[in-house]
Design a protein around this ligand. Structure first.
Ligand code: NI
Length: 203
């Protein structure tokens, strides 16, 4: 698990699609990774980051939505959801992509802190959105999974510019093409405006 320098992994890196394992024993290594993740999140102008995004499939996330609270959470789980909200989300692992995602407006998250203390956090609005986004990263889920077929075509173009994505891109291109023939019947009114511009919120 020990990684000295962390770097953001982009779509196409299989680590982003793997399920993260729970952290059983919290060690100084985990605390070190969490600090480095927080540092990388700030350097990248992000408001959240999950361990798979730095190549580590262990259940850890960091978040800071700018209200001077930095959250470093281990084994986070959503135990309650309430209401709904739609937010235009970006993801540090999908540069230049912005997707509207519907999520719960309020969540209760149970997690452990760096010292293995159990925390119960109530979050609303943006922070609730970030927690849900990051916890999905731990399950291998990405915002691109919320995109419509047409959005994904646009995103695919963007992602072709990304380095390190060559292998998976050929796979996703194939699946997009096979999907294309099935969904030709779709009406144009479903065509979304391009959401492939860079997004304000990077998670
Ligand atoms: Ni993300």
């Amino acid at each position: 698990m020990k990684e000295t320098t962390l770097r953001i992994r982009f779509l196409g890196d299989p680590v982003l699609r793997k399920k993260s394992t729970p952290v059983k024993h919290i060690t100084p290594d985990h605390r070190d990774i969490l600090s480095k993740m927080a540092q990388l999140m700030y350097e990248s102008d992000g408001i959240g980051l999950a361990a798979p995004q730095v190549g580590i499939n262990e259940a850890m996330i960091v978040a800071d939505v700018g209200n001077s609270s930095l959250y470093k959470l281990i084994n986070p789980k959503i135990v309650k959801k309430e209401g709904s909200q739609v937010t235009e989300e970006g993801c540090l692992s999908l540069p230049g992509v912005c997707i509207k995602v519907k999520r719960a407006r309020k969540v209760i998250v149970r997690a452990q802190d760096e010292l293995a203390q159990t925390l119960t956090l109530e979050a609303e609005g943006l922070l609730a959105c970030v927690f849900q986004h990051e916890i999905e990263h731990l399950k291998g889920k990405l915002i691109v999974d919320y995109a419509s077929f047409f959005q994904r075509l646009k995103i695919k173009k963007k992602l072709e510019e990304l380095k390190n994505a060559s292998t998976l891109l050929s796979i996703s291109t194939r699946s997009i093409l096979s999907e294309q023939s099935e969904s030709k019947e779709r009406s144009n009114e479903e065509l979304p405006e391009s959401k492939t511009k860079s997004c304000k919120l990077q998670l």
